[in-house]
Every structure is written in structure tokens, then in C-alpha cells.
Design a protein around this ligand. Structure first.
Ligand code: PLP
Length: 383
């Protein structure tokens, strides 16, 4: 059996139709989108078409899309760009944010310019503690950033509520929707935020493209200065092929949303029934979650060890620290939810995509049981 990929939240395969849309711009159409000649105009038209596709996928206007090279860049841009234009105050990010949101906030806080960074608590189900947010908002606030869907547990946050609270206190609101797009409906206006991040490679588009969706009235400082591309908000020659692919992937992701949800939720249901029989602790199981994600642990078993063991028998899954280079540390998301450090160290994430099958899930459960027994026996011998 060829290796089975259960790590679609890390990155997912480029869709065939996306590759086809990109190919001309990797071969014959090599124009720079800022050039005035016909090659440049062809590239420009392709970028603007992709901008329309991306905007349509999130219910925004094309003029609100600023292309970046990744979700990481868009998140850094949002935090730095919005706060840099304001009189320094506090920046609130949730305790479960991806490091590319929380670290720019702490970088600003350590810049001695007067910014402060505070973390908004979550409850044991991975939901934002609104009372804590309300309390924090009593102090002057530049920005509140809370992710729409968590990359580890899959928990979905009530962003419209967060936005309402933040706006009452005249704070700007940003949401990282990288893990939400293509998995649940994402509507920029309904979320009522000032800025929203999305990323191409999480939805079947290529690596190397992301976007910040912006409220047009917002005054934001660019991170990258230079030739003035993206209306001066993100200099750098546009990666035309990647942007074209991102646009095509957005269109496909939205049209396949229902099928994705039904398919991956069914796989997760079978997986979690099997995990229950193996006495796994499933994090946020009763939570409102994106349908493709399951995060679980087995007491007294190290997650990294299990990930390696499963990889050897043909299953690619992630450990709790998959999105961070600090892989020796337990998941900050689980710690924020109050999970004991020992149990958090055992965390494993399975994230499904359309290419996965029920048969793969059943094979996985069999392999998992075998590996659990083998590792427990080894631990017993060593003790
Ligand atoms: N935000 C979330 C929630 C993510 O899961 C990730 C990647 O895993 C990112 C941001 C970063 O996106 P990118 O890989 O496009 O830089």
C-alpha cells in the first residue's frame, strides 16, 4: 500500500485543474504583471482575474484583496501594518493563534514603542473566553486577532461576536481564516472584521500565495516597500502562476465545499468511533469544528514517537507541535485549553482531504492499535 496522507491541514495536494490553470504562466506566458507590453498585460489580466476569484470565494470585492506570498506574511502584515499606523496601545491575540499572529504581536510589544501584547484565554473546549476578552478590552486596544478555525483542534470561533465586542471599544479586528477557507463558508462582511488572512496551499492551490482581505477604509502600513505593487501595499513582482493557481483553487474550494464537508465529516466520524474504542482522548470533540480535523492523544504515549511509528507503517499524520519549529514543546493550544502537559505531549492530529477513503481510515485504525500495543510493550519492558 502506498503511504496514506492524513495531514491536509499542513498542506494539501495541488488540484489538477489548478495546475492546468497555472501551466501557461510557468511556460510561455512569462510576462511581468507591471509591464506595459502585451506579455505584461496578459499577466496583469490573469492576476486581476484571480483577484476576482479570491474575492468571490470570501464574499469580498476584488479591490479588497492584497496578494502576499503566504498566510504567514498576511498575518504579519495585518498585525504590523495595522498597529504601526496607530498610537501604540495593546494588541490582543487569542491563546490558540498560530505563531505567525502571536509572534508579530510580541515582537511589537518588545520594540519599546509602547505596544503591549496580551493573550485572550480559551476554555477547555477551545472556545474564546468572551468574559476575558471583555475584561482585556477595558484598556486601549489597537487590534484584536482571533482565528476563525484552529489548525490543531479545528475549533471554530464566533468571530462576529469578537468583532462586535472589539468594535465597541474602537479596536480593529483581524481573523486568520487560513484553516477555515474551503472547509466552512467564509464571508468577510458577515464576520465584520477589518482584515482577514487566507492561504493558497491549504485549499489545493500552490505554495507561495496568500492574501490579506482588507476593509477598504483601513489605513495599513506595508511590510514590503519597493516597486509599489498591490497598490503600494505589497511591493515585489507578482508571482503570477501562484496567484493564478490561488484564484482557481478558491473557485474550486467554494464549489466543492458541501462535498468536502460531507466526505471528511463521515471519515472523521468513523475515525473517532474507532479512537473511542482505543480509549483515546479526543480534544474538542463536542465543539463546533471544521469537519476534516481530529486531534487526540493516548495517555502515557509520546505523540512524536507515535507519529514516527505511524509514518514507518505508511500513515502521515501530525503531532501537536506540527506548525511550530519548537517541536519539543507540547501544543500551546492544548495547554491553553488546560490539558495536562503530559497528555498534551501525546497529541496527534489527523486532517482529511477529498482524496482519503473509508478504507484508509479502517487500515489506519488497525495499524494504530498495533503500534499502540507495540509501543506500550516496549515501555513496559524498559520500565
Ligand atoms: N495560520 C494558520 C491557522 C495555519 O494553520 C497556517 C499554516 O499552517 C498559517 C497561518 C500559515 O500559513 P502559510 O503556510 O501559508 O504561511
Amino acid at each position: 500500500m502506498s503511504p496514506v496522507y492524513f495531514d491536509h491541514n499542513s498542506t494539501t495536494a495541488l488540484k489538477k485543474e489548478v495546475l492546468e490553470a497555472m501551466l501557461p504562466f510557468m511556460a510561455s506566458q512569462h510576462g511581468n504583471a507591471t509591464s506595459r507590453h502585451s506579455f505584461g498585460r496578459t499577466a496583469r489580466a490573469a492576476v486581476e482575474h484571480a483577484r476576482e476569484q479570491v474575492a468571490a470565494a470570501v464574499g469580498a470585492y476584488a479591490t479588497q484583496i492584497v496578494f502576499t506570498a503566504s498566510g504567514t506574511e498576511a498575518n504579519n502584515f495585518a498585525v504590523h501594518g495595522i498597529c504601526s499606523n496607530l498610537l501604540p496601545a495593546q494588541i490582543l491575540t487569542s491563546a490558540i493563534e498560530h505563531p505567525c499572529v502571536s509572534r508579530p504581536a510580541s515582537a511589537l510589544a518588545s520594540s519599546n514603542r509602547g505596544y503591549k501584547a496580551h493573550s485572550i484565554k480559551v476554555d477547555t473546549d477551545c472556545n474564546i473566553n468572551m468574559a476575558h476578552l471583555q475584561k482585556l478590552l477595558q484598556a486601549p486596544t489597537n487590534l484584536v486577532s482571533v482565528m476563525l478555525a484552529n489548525n490543531e483542534t479545528g475549533a471554530i470561533q464566533d468571530i462576529a461576536k469578537v468583532a462586535e465586542m472589539a468594535r465597541e471599544h474602537k479596536a480593529y479586528v483581524h481573523t486568520d481564516a487560513v484553516q477555515a477557507l474551503g472547509k466552512i463558508p467564509v464571508d468577510f462582511f458577515a464576520l465584520n472584521v477589518h482584515a482577514m488572512t487566507i492561504s493558497s496551499h491549504k485549499i489545493g492551490g500552490p505554495l507561495g500565495a496568500g492574501a490579506l482581505v482588507l476593509d477598504k477604509r483601513i489605513d495599513i502600513q506595508p511590510l514590503l516597500h519597493g516597486g509599489g505593487q498591490e497598490k503600494g501595499l505589497r511591493s515585489g513582482t507578482e508571482n503570477v502562476a501562484a496567484i493564478v493557481g490561488f484564484g482557481a483553487a478558491c473557485e474550486l474550494a467554494v464549489s466543492h465545499l458541501t462535498a468536502f464537508d460531507m466526505h471528511t465529516e463521515n471519515l472523521r466520524k468513523h475515525l473517532e468511533t474507532g479512537l473511542g474504542k482505543l480509549n483515546a482522548v479526543i480534544f474538542g470533540q463536542n465543539d463546533l469544528r471544521i469537519p476534516n480535523t481530529s486531534f487526540f492523544a493516548f495517555p502515557n504515549l509520546d505523540g512524536e514517537t507515535l507519529v514516527t511509528a505511524l509514518d514507518k507503517v505508511g500513515f502521515a499524520v501530525a503531532s501537536g507541535s506540527a506548525c511550530s519549529s519548537d517541536s519539543d514543546k507540547p501544543s500551546h493550544v492544548l495547554l491553553a485549553m488546560g490539558v495536562e502537559e503530559d497528555l498534551a505531549r501525546g497529541a496527534i492530529r489527523v486532517s482529511f482531504g477529498m482524496s482519503n477513503t473509508l478504507e484508509q481510515v479502517h487500515h489506519f485504525l488497525t495499524a494504530l492499535e498495533k503500534e499502540l500495543n507495540r509501543l506500550r510493550n516496549l515501555t513496559a519492558i524498559a520500565a
